[in-house]
Design a protein around this ligand. Structure first.
Ligand code: FAD
Length: 381
């Protein structure tokens, strides 16, 4: 058992943190206030190789394995302030480019991987529906066979990147109920019958756009099927494992940054001439941040290592997603507390960190759903 990163991994993480501090930090507060997605920052991320992290180089990606991708995104989280943009990038890297790299046909890879990797195309994944969220595979959007085409009807909600997306990975029902009746399709935005609703306002991650997507007689060719008819449940399950790792990795970087900020503040801020870090209540709170961060990060590394090595790690990915997301929220809440009234002000940017973090226990399967997964593997629930 070796708990150390290689020099290469450390260099990747360091380089990513430096890149993010240079390109993804300045102006994040104003963009959050205005709900602005930065095309410029997106392009910089693409040039740095983030949008095609898991895409082989022959398709224009940066060809990293999962563990390296986690190291890079942890660095990104540490250096960036624009958590929404990082969320959009990580989601695209996993559930659009990553999905097509793993399950797409040669034609789909040739058409979509180069533009998704170089950032000229933005991707979105649409599975959630107004009546199926946690029970995602109970979706009712249908795809009916018509000659050599499929016709999609239904609606999706909470689709990250939808307002700007050029291409959608859409899950629809092609057969009976449950897992085996679901198929994944790649649908260009320009397809007739696909419309995108108004952007959905959010509490946090406000620089990551989101909308509903509607399908009405939306006709796509048979070649739009990704991974085979009826394999949508499998594609979804496998992609979710990867996405949970990529999206949670930046959170670990954010937590480390907040741990450092809290430590500095606890040394500098005095009450009655005593640094607040001398109060055990504050010192212990900071120790607890470190405890939760280290526990969560090792679960994340182990899950990514295992997924990369063995091809699947359902239990480990669920444990890691649960641990990182809960620790992330708790860390942000603690940071606000350590900073007192200053932590509540916009200027200190901790209220934004907390608002951004709160989504982590909801997206990619809520904490309750991760617990269902974990206990279900023990035959419980
Ligand atoms: C920021 C953000 C980005 C997102 N991006 C996307 C995206 O790009 N594409 C996409 O398709 N979706 C996306 N989603 C949707 C997300 O996947 C769903 O919000 C999530 O799966 C929960 O579904 P729901 O909102 O319908 O909540 P519900 O399923 O209605 O759940 C409500 C509450 O009930 C609990 N609950 C539900 N069922 C159970 C159960 N069986 N056992 C225990 N508790 C249960 C939940 O844990 C939750 O606390 C995004 C969501 C957010 C917040």
């Amino acid at each position: 058992m070796d708990f150390g990163w290689t020099e290469d991994h450390l260099a990747l993480r360091r380089g990513a943190a430096e890149f993010a501090a240079r390109h993804l930090a300045e102006g994040a507060g104003a963009r959050d206030r205005d709900g602005t997605f930065s095309r410029e920052a997106w392009a910089a991320c693409a040039e740095f190789g983030l949008t095609g992290l898991l895409v082989p180089e022959k398709w224009g990606g940066s060809g990293h394995d999962l563990l390296s991708a986690v190291a890079i995104l942890e660095g990104i989280g540490h250096g960036a302030r624009d958590n929404g943009l990082v969320f959009s990038v990580a989601a695209q890297a996993a559930s659009c480019a990553g999905l097509l790299a793993a399950f797409g046909s040669e034609a789909q890879k040739g058409e979509w991987l180069p533009p998704l990797s170089d950032g000229s195309a933005i991707g979105a994944t649409a599975i959630t529906e107004p009546d199926s969220g946690s029970n995602a595979l109970a979706l009712t959007t249908t795809a009916a066979r018509d000659g050599d085409a499929w016709v999609l009807d239904g609606s999706k909600t909470f689709v990250t990147n939808a307002p700007l997306a050029d291409v959608f990975l859409v899950y629809a029902r092609t057969g009976g109920p449950g897992f085996a009746g679901v198929t994944c399709f790649v649908v260009p935005r320009a397809t007739r019958g696909l419309t995108v609703g108004q952007p959905i306002g959010k509490m946090g991650l406000r620089t990551s756009p989101m909308a509903q997507v509607y399908f009405e007689g939306c006709r796509v060719p048979a070649a739009a099927v990704v991974g085979g008819v009826g394999s949508g449940g499998l594609v979804f399950g496998q992609t979710m494992e990867v996405e949970r790792m990529l999206v949670m990795a930046p959170a670990v970087g954010v937590m480390e940054r907040l741990l450092d900020r809290c430590t500095t503040h606890a040394r500098q801020r005095t009450t009655g001439s005593v640094p607040i870090g001398k109060h055990q209540a504050i010192a212990h709170r900071i120790a607890d941040i470190e405890l939760e961060l280290e526990a969560a990060r090792f679960m994340l590394y182990r899950a990514a290592w295992q997924r990369g090595r063995h091809g699947t790690a359902t239990r480990e990915c669920a444990l890691a997603k649960l641990a990182v997301s809960e620790a992330y929220v708790e860390t942000c809440r603690s940071a606000v507390q350590v900073f007192g009234g200053y932590g509540y002000t916009v200027e200190y940017e901790l209220e934004r960190e907390l608002r951004d973090a709160l989504a982590a226990t909801l997206y990619l399967g809520t904490s309750e759903i991760q617990r269902n997964l974990i206990s279900g593997l023990r035959g419980l629930g």
